[in-house]
Design a protein around this ligand. Structure first.
Ligand SMILES: *Cc1c(COP(=O)(O)O)cnc(C)c1O
Length: 359
Protein backbone atom coordinates (compact mmCIF):
# COMPACT_ATOMS: atom_id res chain seq x y z
CA UNK A 1 0.00 0.00 0.00
CA UNK A 2 1.05 3.60 -0.50
CA UNK A 3 1.24 5.84 2.57
CA UNK A 4 -2.27 5.45 3.95
CA UNK A 5 -3.19 8.78 5.55
CA UNK A 6 -6.48 10.23 4.20
CA UNK A 7 -8.95 12.99 4.99
CA UNK A 8 -12.40 11.85 3.89
CA UNK A 9 -14.76 14.76 3.23
CA UNK A 10 -18.45 13.94 3.55
CA UNK A 11 -20.22 16.35 1.20
CA UNK A 12 -23.66 15.09 2.21
CA UNK A 13 -22.85 16.05 5.81
CA UNK A 14 -21.71 19.48 4.62
CA UNK A 15 -25.07 20.06 2.91
CA UNK A 16 -26.97 18.74 5.92
CA UNK A 17 -25.12 21.20 8.15
CA UNK A 18 -26.19 24.06 5.87
CA UNK A 19 -29.76 22.86 6.40
CA UNK A 20 -29.11 23.08 10.16
CA UNK A 21 -28.17 26.73 9.68
CA UNK A 22 -31.39 27.33 7.71
CA UNK A 23 -33.46 25.60 10.38
CA UNK A 24 -31.86 27.62 13.18
CA UNK A 25 -32.06 30.98 11.36
CA UNK A 26 -34.96 30.59 8.93
CA UNK A 27 -35.35 34.29 8.13
CA UNK A 28 -31.68 35.12 7.60
CA UNK A 29 -29.59 34.83 4.50
CA UNK A 30 -26.48 32.67 4.84
CA UNK A 31 -23.00 33.99 4.20
CA UNK A 32 -21.09 30.70 4.40
CA UNK A 33 -17.61 31.35 5.75
CA UNK A 34 -15.13 29.14 3.90
CA UNK A 35 -11.84 30.98 4.44
CA UNK A 36 -8.56 29.12 5.07
CA UNK A 37 -9.15 26.62 2.27
CA UNK A 38 -12.66 25.88 3.52
CA UNK A 39 -11.39 25.29 7.08
CA UNK A 40 -8.98 22.76 5.57
CA UNK A 41 -11.64 20.89 3.57
CA UNK A 42 -10.81 22.40 0.15
CA UNK A 43 -12.14 25.80 -0.93
CA UNK A 44 -13.72 25.00 -4.28
CA UNK A 45 -15.04 21.63 -3.19
CA UNK A 46 -16.80 23.22 -0.23
CA UNK A 47 -18.23 26.13 -2.27
CA UNK A 48 -19.61 23.74 -4.88
CA UNK A 49 -21.22 21.53 -2.25
CA UNK A 50 -22.71 24.61 -0.58
CA UNK A 51 -24.12 26.21 -3.74
CA UNK A 52 -27.40 26.78 -1.85
CA UNK A 53 -25.66 29.34 0.37
CA UNK A 54 -26.49 32.99 -0.41
CA UNK A 55 -22.89 34.20 -0.33
CA UNK A 56 -19.40 33.11 0.65
CA UNK A 57 -16.91 34.67 3.08
CA UNK A 58 -13.15 34.47 2.53
CA UNK A 59 -10.05 36.13 3.93
CA UNK A 60 -8.28 37.35 0.82
CA UNK A 61 -8.58 38.31 -2.81
CA UNK A 62 -6.56 35.19 -3.66
CA UNK A 63 -9.18 32.96 -2.05
CA UNK A 64 -11.97 34.87 -3.80
CA UNK A 65 -10.30 34.51 -7.20
CA UNK A 66 -9.93 30.76 -6.75
CA UNK A 67 -13.71 30.67 -6.38
CA UNK A 68 -14.37 32.92 -9.38
CA UNK A 69 -12.01 30.84 -11.53
CA UNK A 70 -13.97 27.75 -10.52
CA UNK A 71 -17.10 29.44 -11.86
CA UNK A 72 -18.63 30.34 -8.49
CA UNK A 73 -20.85 33.34 -9.23
CA UNK A 74 -22.20 33.95 -5.72
CA UNK A 75 -21.53 37.19 -3.88
CA UNK A 76 -18.15 36.81 -2.16
CA UNK A 77 -17.21 38.89 0.86
CA UNK A 78 -13.60 39.56 1.82
CA UNK A 79 -13.98 39.50 5.60
CA UNK A 80 -10.89 41.63 6.28
CA UNK A 81 -11.39 43.73 3.19
CA UNK A 82 -8.38 44.72 1.11
CA UNK A 83 -4.85 45.25 2.40
CA UNK A 84 -3.50 47.55 -0.32
CA UNK A 85 -4.63 49.66 -3.28
CA UNK A 86 -3.37 47.12 -5.80
CA UNK A 87 -6.21 44.76 -4.96
CA UNK A 88 -9.01 47.14 -5.87
CA UNK A 89 -8.91 46.52 -9.62
CA UNK A 90 -9.48 42.77 -9.15
CA UNK A 91 -12.09 43.39 -6.49
CA UNK A 92 -14.03 45.64 -8.82
CA UNK A 93 -13.61 43.41 -11.88
CA UNK A 94 -14.75 40.26 -10.07
CA UNK A 95 -17.59 41.92 -8.15
CA UNK A 96 -16.16 41.08 -4.74
CA UNK A 97 -17.58 42.70 -1.62
CA UNK A 98 -15.23 44.07 1.00
CA UNK A 99 -15.41 44.67 4.70
CA UNK A 100 -14.13 48.11 5.65
CA UNK A 101 -12.82 48.24 9.19
CA UNK A 102 -10.19 51.00 9.28
CA UNK A 103 -9.54 54.59 8.26
CA UNK A 104 -6.50 53.32 6.37
CA UNK A 105 -8.79 51.46 3.96
CA UNK A 106 -11.11 54.45 3.50
CA UNK A 107 -8.18 56.61 2.46
CA UNK A 108 -7.00 54.02 -0.05
CA UNK A 109 -10.52 53.78 -1.44
CA UNK A 110 -10.84 57.55 -1.72
CA UNK A 111 -7.60 58.03 -3.62
CA UNK A 112 -7.70 55.01 -5.96
CA UNK A 113 -9.52 54.98 -9.29
CA UNK A 114 -11.65 51.94 -9.97
CA UNK A 115 -13.67 50.86 -12.98
CA UNK A 116 -16.88 49.87 -11.27
CA UNK A 117 -18.29 50.65 -7.80
CA UNK A 118 -17.71 47.94 -5.20
CA UNK A 119 -20.05 46.71 -2.52
CA UNK A 120 -19.00 47.26 1.08
CA UNK A 121 -19.76 46.21 4.62
CA UNK A 122 -18.86 48.56 7.47
CA UNK A 123 -17.48 46.64 10.41
CA UNK A 124 -18.09 48.04 13.87
CA UNK A 125 -15.98 46.96 16.83
CA UNK A 126 -18.53 46.35 19.57
CA UNK A 127 -16.19 44.67 22.04
CA UNK A 128 -14.07 42.07 20.27
CA UNK A 129 -11.33 44.74 20.05
CA UNK A 130 -9.66 43.24 17.05
CA UNK A 131 -10.82 45.04 13.90
CA UNK A 132 -13.65 47.49 13.30
CA UNK A 133 -14.54 51.15 13.65
CA UNK A 134 -15.43 52.41 17.13
CA UNK A 135 -19.23 52.41 17.60
CA UNK A 136 -19.36 56.18 18.01
CA UNK A 137 -17.91 56.62 14.49
CA UNK A 138 -20.38 54.31 12.75
CA UNK A 139 -22.77 57.04 11.61
CA UNK A 140 -20.06 59.37 10.34
CA UNK A 141 -18.26 56.59 8.44
CA UNK A 142 -21.60 55.62 6.93
CA UNK A 143 -22.31 59.17 5.77
CA UNK A 144 -18.80 59.57 4.41
CA UNK A 145 -19.17 56.37 2.34
CA UNK A 146 -22.60 57.42 1.15
CA UNK A 147 -20.99 60.30 -0.65
CA UNK A 148 -18.34 58.15 -2.32
CA UNK A 149 -19.16 57.15 -5.90
CA UNK A 150 -16.70 54.24 -5.79
CA UNK A 151 -19.04 52.16 -3.71
CA UNK A 152 -22.48 50.78 -4.51
CA UNK A 153 -25.56 52.33 -2.97
CA UNK A 154 -26.23 49.46 -0.59
CA UNK A 155 -24.03 49.74 2.45
CA UNK A 156 -24.20 46.81 4.88
CA UNK A 157 -23.31 46.76 8.56
CA UNK A 158 -21.63 44.11 10.66
CA UNK A 159 -19.87 43.26 13.88
CA UNK A 160 -18.23 40.14 15.31
CA UNK A 161 -18.94 38.38 18.60
CA UNK A 162 -16.07 37.63 20.98
CA UNK A 163 -17.65 35.27 23.51
CA UNK A 164 -20.67 33.70 21.82
CA UNK A 165 -19.19 30.21 22.30
CA UNK A 166 -20.06 30.53 26.01
CA UNK A 167 -23.85 30.41 26.28
CA UNK A 168 -23.84 31.91 29.75
CA UNK A 169 -21.66 34.94 28.94
CA UNK A 170 -23.73 38.12 28.91
CA UNK A 171 -21.01 39.92 26.92
CA UNK A 172 -22.83 38.86 23.74
CA UNK A 173 -25.93 40.82 24.80
CA UNK A 174 -23.77 43.84 25.53
CA UNK A 175 -22.13 43.65 22.10
CA UNK A 176 -25.55 43.38 20.49
CA UNK A 177 -26.87 46.43 22.32
CA UNK A 178 -23.78 48.42 21.38
CA UNK A 179 -24.14 47.38 17.74
CA UNK A 180 -27.83 48.29 17.50
CA UNK A 181 -27.39 51.67 19.11
CA UNK A 182 -24.32 52.50 16.99
CA UNK A 183 -26.24 51.92 13.74
CA UNK A 184 -29.54 53.37 14.91
CA UNK A 185 -31.20 55.16 12.00
CA UNK A 186 -28.76 53.85 9.38
CA UNK A 187 -30.32 51.98 6.49
CA UNK A 188 -28.62 48.69 5.63
CA UNK A 189 -28.66 44.94 6.04
CA UNK A 190 -26.96 43.75 9.21
CA UNK A 191 -24.85 40.75 10.22
CA UNK A 192 -23.66 39.67 13.65
CA UNK A 193 -23.89 35.90 14.12
CA UNK A 194 -21.06 33.41 13.68
CA UNK A 195 -21.86 29.70 14.24
CA UNK A 196 -22.30 30.13 17.98
CA UNK A 197 -24.63 33.08 17.31
CA UNK A 198 -26.65 31.01 14.86
CA UNK A 199 -27.18 28.21 17.38
CA UNK A 200 -27.39 29.98 20.72
CA UNK A 201 -28.25 33.65 20.17
CA UNK A 202 -31.31 34.03 17.90
CA UNK A 203 -31.50 37.76 18.64
CA UNK A 204 -28.25 38.11 16.63
CA UNK A 205 -29.56 36.59 13.40
CA UNK A 206 -30.86 39.73 11.63
CA UNK A 207 -30.55 39.79 7.81
CA UNK A 208 -27.35 37.77 7.38
CA UNK A 209 -25.73 35.02 9.44
CA UNK A 210 -22.06 34.08 8.98
CA UNK A 211 -21.55 30.45 10.00
CA UNK A 212 -18.19 28.79 9.50
CA UNK A 213 -17.28 25.94 11.83
CA UNK A 214 -20.80 24.51 12.16
CA UNK A 215 -20.94 23.92 8.39
CA UNK A 216 -18.05 21.53 8.88
CA UNK A 217 -19.96 19.58 11.49
CA UNK A 218 -18.18 20.89 14.55
CA UNK A 219 -19.75 22.37 17.66
CA UNK A 220 -18.77 26.01 18.16
CA UNK A 221 -19.30 25.67 21.92
CA UNK A 222 -16.75 24.92 24.60
CA UNK A 223 -18.93 22.28 26.23
CA UNK A 224 -20.52 20.17 23.49
CA UNK A 225 -19.76 18.00 20.47
CA UNK A 226 -21.35 18.02 17.00
CA UNK A 227 -23.96 15.37 17.65
CA UNK A 228 -25.44 17.30 20.57
CA UNK A 229 -25.98 20.25 18.23
CA UNK A 230 -27.52 18.12 15.48
CA UNK A 231 -24.45 18.58 13.27
CA UNK A 232 -22.67 15.92 11.18
CA UNK A 233 -18.85 15.81 11.11
CA UNK A 234 -17.54 16.46 7.60
CA UNK A 235 -13.86 15.51 7.87
CA UNK A 236 -12.74 12.08 9.02
CA UNK A 237 -8.97 11.75 9.31
CA UNK A 238 -7.66 8.22 9.07
CA UNK A 239 -4.46 6.29 8.50
CA UNK A 240 -3.41 2.68 9.06
CA UNK A 241 -1.29 0.57 11.34
CA UNK A 242 2.07 0.02 9.63
CA UNK A 243 3.77 -2.02 12.38
CA UNK A 244 3.06 -3.90 15.58
CA UNK A 245 6.03 -4.61 17.79
CA UNK A 246 6.57 -6.38 21.12
CA UNK A 247 8.58 -4.52 23.75
CA UNK A 248 9.74 -5.34 27.27
CA UNK A 249 8.76 -3.77 30.51
CA UNK A 250 11.00 -0.67 30.95
CA UNK A 251 11.54 -0.04 27.23
CA UNK A 252 11.17 3.65 26.29
CA UNK A 253 8.95 4.56 23.30
CA UNK A 254 9.80 7.25 20.76
CA UNK A 255 11.82 10.50 20.84
CA UNK A 256 13.01 11.48 24.26
CA UNK A 257 11.93 8.17 25.72
CA UNK A 258 9.42 9.87 28.00
CA UNK A 259 6.94 7.00 27.84
CA UNK A 260 8.15 3.74 29.38
CA UNK A 261 6.44 0.37 28.87
CA UNK A 262 4.93 -0.55 32.25
CA UNK A 263 4.95 -4.24 31.28
CA UNK A 264 5.81 -6.45 28.31
CA UNK A 265 3.42 -5.22 25.62
CA UNK A 266 2.52 -4.70 21.96
CA UNK A 267 2.98 -1.21 20.51
CA UNK A 268 1.30 -0.22 17.23
CA UNK A 269 2.73 2.33 14.82
CA UNK A 270 0.32 4.54 12.82
CA UNK A 271 1.42 6.38 9.68
CA UNK A 272 0.44 9.90 10.69
CA UNK A 273 2.27 12.69 12.48
CA UNK A 274 2.63 16.43 12.79
CA UNK A 275 3.80 16.56 9.16
CA UNK A 276 0.20 15.72 8.32
CA UNK A 277 -1.31 18.11 10.84
CA UNK A 278 -1.82 15.75 13.76
CA UNK A 279 -0.55 17.91 16.64
CA UNK A 280 2.76 17.14 18.26
CA UNK A 281 1.31 18.53 21.48
CA UNK A 282 -1.05 15.55 21.78
CA UNK A 283 -0.45 14.03 25.20
CA UNK A 284 -0.05 10.32 25.88
CA UNK A 285 -3.46 8.86 26.61
CA UNK A 286 -5.24 10.70 23.79
CA UNK A 287 -7.64 8.32 22.03
CA UNK A 288 -7.55 6.96 18.48
CA UNK A 289 -9.98 4.38 17.10
CA UNK A 290 -8.85 0.99 15.86
CA UNK A 291 -11.49 -1.58 14.91
CA UNK A 292 -14.06 0.71 16.51
CA UNK A 293 -12.25 0.62 19.85
CA UNK A 294 -10.47 3.46 21.60
CA UNK A 295 -6.78 2.96 22.26
CA UNK A 296 -4.20 5.47 23.53
CA UNK A 297 -1.46 7.43 21.87
CA UNK A 298 1.85 6.78 23.69
CA UNK A 299 5.20 8.50 23.44
CA UNK A 300 5.78 11.65 21.46
CA UNK A 301 4.02 12.24 18.13
CA UNK A 302 6.71 12.45 15.43
CA UNK A 303 6.57 13.94 11.93
CA UNK A 304 5.29 10.90 10.04
CA UNK A 305 4.27 8.43 12.74
CA UNK A 306 2.82 7.98 16.16
CA UNK A 307 2.71 5.00 18.53
CA UNK A 308 -0.32 3.48 20.23
CA UNK A 309 -0.83 1.13 23.13
CA UNK A 310 -2.28 -2.16 21.84
CA UNK A 311 -2.58 -3.95 25.19
CA UNK A 312 -6.36 -3.78 24.99
CA UNK A 313 -6.53 -4.87 21.35
CA UNK A 314 -4.47 -8.02 20.74
CA UNK A 315 -6.30 -8.74 17.49
CA UNK A 316 -5.05 -5.50 15.86
CA UNK A 317 -3.09 -6.10 12.65
CA UNK A 318 -0.91 -4.23 10.21
CA UNK A 319 -3.23 -2.59 7.70
CA UNK A 320 -6.01 -1.88 10.19
CA UNK A 321 -7.62 1.51 9.70
CA UNK A 322 -7.06 4.05 12.48
CA UNK A 323 -9.38 7.05 12.93
CA UNK A 324 -7.72 10.13 14.40
CA UNK A 325 -10.88 12.26 14.43
CA UNK A 326 -14.15 12.54 12.58
CA UNK A 327 -17.33 10.54 12.29
CA UNK A 328 -16.66 8.25 15.27
CA UNK A 329 -14.23 10.29 17.33
CA UNK A 330 -15.20 13.91 18.00
CA UNK A 331 -12.61 16.44 16.83
CA UNK A 332 -13.84 18.65 19.68
CA UNK A 333 -12.54 16.09 22.19
CA UNK A 334 -9.25 15.55 20.37
CA UNK A 335 -8.66 19.31 20.15
CA UNK A 336 -9.34 19.85 23.83
CA UNK A 337 -6.82 17.16 24.78
CA UNK A 338 -4.09 18.81 22.73
CA UNK A 339 -4.83 22.23 24.18
CA UNK A 340 -6.37 23.73 21.06
CA UNK A 341 -9.71 24.16 19.27
CA UNK A 342 -11.15 22.14 16.38
CA UNK A 343 -10.69 25.10 14.01
CA UNK A 344 -6.92 24.80 14.32
CA UNK A 345 -6.87 21.04 13.78
CA UNK A 346 -9.06 21.24 10.67
CA UNK A 347 -7.13 24.13 9.08
CA UNK A 348 -3.87 22.46 10.01
CA UNK A 349 -4.22 19.42 7.75
CA UNK A 350 -1.19 19.67 5.47
CA UNK A 351 -0.79 19.56 1.71
CA UNK A 352 0.45 15.99 1.66
CA UNK A 353 -2.79 14.55 3.09
CA UNK A 354 -4.89 13.26 0.17
CA UNK A 355 -8.53 14.30 0.32
CA UNK A 356 -11.17 11.77 -0.62
CA UNK A 357 -14.69 13.02 -1.31
CA UNK A 358 -17.70 11.11 -0.14
CA UNK A 359 -21.45 11.66 -0.65
C1 LIG B 1 -14.32 33.20 10.61
C2 LIG B 1 -15.43 34.18 10.74
C3 LIG B 1 -16.75 33.76 10.93
C4 LIG B 1 -17.13 32.30 11.16
O1 LIG B 1 -16.93 31.95 12.51
P1 LIG B 1 -17.30 30.48 13.03
O2 LIG B 1 -16.99 30.56 14.48
O3 LIG B 1 -16.39 29.54 12.30
O4 LIG B 1 -18.72 30.25 12.72
C5 LIG B 1 -17.74 34.72 10.93
N1 LIG B 1 -17.44 36.03 10.76
C6 LIG B 1 -16.18 36.47 10.59
C7 LIG B 1 -15.92 37.92 10.41
C8 LIG B 1 -15.14 35.57 10.57
O5 LIG B 1 -13.88 36.00 10.40
Amino acid sequence: MTRPVRAAIDLKALRANLQCVRAAAPLARVLAVIKANGYGHGLTRVAEALHDADAFGVASVEEALVLREAGIAHPIVMLEGFFEAGELAEISRHRLSVVLHHEHQLQILERTDIARPISVWIKIDTGMHRIGFPPELAASIYQRLRGNNKITARIRLMTHLANADDRSDEYTERQLTTFLSSIDGLDGERSVANSAGVLAWPQTHMEWVRPGIMLFGVSPFLDSVAQQEGLSPVMTLTSRLIATNRFRRGDPIGYGGGWICPEDMTVGVVAIGYGDGYPRSMPAGAPVLVRGQRVSVIGRVSMDMLCIDLRGLPQAQIGDEVELWGRNLPVEEVARLSGTIPYELLCGITQRVPIVEQG
